[in-house]
Design a protein around this ligand. Structure first.
Ligand code: FPP
Ligand code: MG
Length: 367
């Protein structure tokens, strides 16, 4: 596993072969073609923050499984979601809900589990849709659901996960949590729209980049850590700030790993952002340091995506040589430190310590 300070050189980590996507115009295929045999995700030991709330996470997983194998659900909607959910995942969002509930008060169990289920469902819905938008072909070491089935079933399964999430939150009886989830999903949708409109925008500002990642990632983490705004007391504000900073650290790291990671460790292909014209912090940092790189990147945006993916490798190496990866890692660490510091006024507990661990994990991770 590459450490945070000495990541694997992408020149030595070949891209995994690309599987051509079936088009959304082929909606007749209801059974997976290649999903089961292709797991290549390396096993990771569960970190400390996970172990603190492991029984709660297992309860969330069992509840999601139960809901998605419901025989009343049209085939293959449940299977499509389970293909993603049961491939693993770090479970950061449900852990965040459960840890925040523990750190905040001891009477929140009845709301924490449904809110944690909703968090994982919203995340799953957004990934099912995101892989259609980004033409993602590999996630969590597996071909994405849209490759195994097709775009149509991925979109529908994401829609269903969203509906299930809303009923989980409604089951708490707290209308404020439903409304705050509504605002969160709106931020996610708006951020994705900005990102799509900014494709190939090589002069994207840092401010615009941070606006996108706060909307698409940090807003949901803030919803999780504030337990959907429940209960409305001073701890909720503290935990919301924590989630925003944690989410920012997490997405900055995600963007860094697209340039510089071991793809088997990460469970995704590298170089997608660059080949798609998605401008993220490593590229902003690199062009700032070496403006000549802009022309090489502009050339990539003119190529068909498959060719761009091949040519992207040399640009990724050039980006890395500017020191942009290390600087980006420092930005992520800065946000993780802010997240950890924001918890100073919460009472000391195992849960608070685990939240601090989680913040550091978000910025230091290699997967
Ligand atoms: C992954 O980002 C995607 C997100 C963090 C959010 C996607 C949000 C939407 C599609 C809108 C909200 C939709 C619903 C149903 C709630 P990425 O593409 O940078 O990361 P990746 O490399 O893992 O694909
Ligand atoms: Mg994506």
């Amino acid at each position: 596993m590459p450490s945070a300070s000495t990541p694997t050189d992408p020149a030595r980590t070949p891209h995994n072969s690309m599987v051509p996507a079936r088009t959304p115009h082929n909606p007749t295929v209801a059974e997976p073609q290649d999903g089961r045999q292709a797991d290549s995700h390396r096993h990771h030991d569960r970190p400390n923050w996970y172990r603190v709330v492991e029984p709660g996470i297992r309860a969330v997983e069992a509840r999601l499984h139960q809901a998605l194998v419901d025989p009343r659900l049209g085939d293959p909607i449940g299977k499509v979601a389970l293909h993603l959910i049961e491939a693993g995942g770090k479970r950061i969002r449900p852990a965040l809900v459960l840890l925040a509930a523990g750190a905040c008060r001891d009477d929140l169990d009845d709301v924490a589990v449904p809110i944690a289920c909703a968090a994982e469902l919203i995340h799953s819905a957004s990934l099912l849709h995101d892989d259609v938008l980004d033409e993602g072909d590999r996630r969590r070491g597996r071909p994405t659901s849209r490759i195994v089935w097709n775009n149509s079933f991925s979109v529908l399964s994401g829609d269903y996960c969203l509906a299930l999430a809303l009923s989980e939150v409604a089951s708490t009886g707290h209308i404020e949590a439903v409304l705050s989830l509504n605002r969160t999903v709106t931020s996610m949708v708006n951020a994705e729209a900005i990102q799509i409109r900014s494709r190939d925008e090589l002069d994207l500002s840092r401010a615009a980049y941070f606006e996108v990642i706060q909307g698409k990632t940090a807003s949901l983490m803030a919803w999780c850590s504030s337990l959907g705004g429940l209960p409305a007391d001073p701890e909720t504000r503290i935990l919301e700030t924590f989630g925003l900073e944690l989410g920012t650290a997490f997405q900055v790291t995600d963007d860094l790993l697209d340039y510089f990671a071991d793809p088997d460790e990460l469970g995704k292909n590298l170089g997608k952002d660059l080949s798609e014209g998605k401008v993220t912090l490593p590229l902003i940092e690199a062009i700032e340091e070496k403006p000549e790189l802009r022309d090489a990147v502009a050339h990539l945006t003119e190529l068909p995506e498959q060719d761009a993916l091949i040519e992207a490798r040399s640009v990724m190496q050039a980006v890395t040589r500017t020191g942009a990866i290390d600087r980006t890692r420092q930005v992520a660490i800065g946000h993780a430190d802010k997240a950890a510091a924001s918890l100073a006024d919460l009472p000391a507990s195992t849960f608070r310590d685990a939240l601090v661990d989680l913040a550091h994990f978000a910025a230091q991770r290699a997967y």
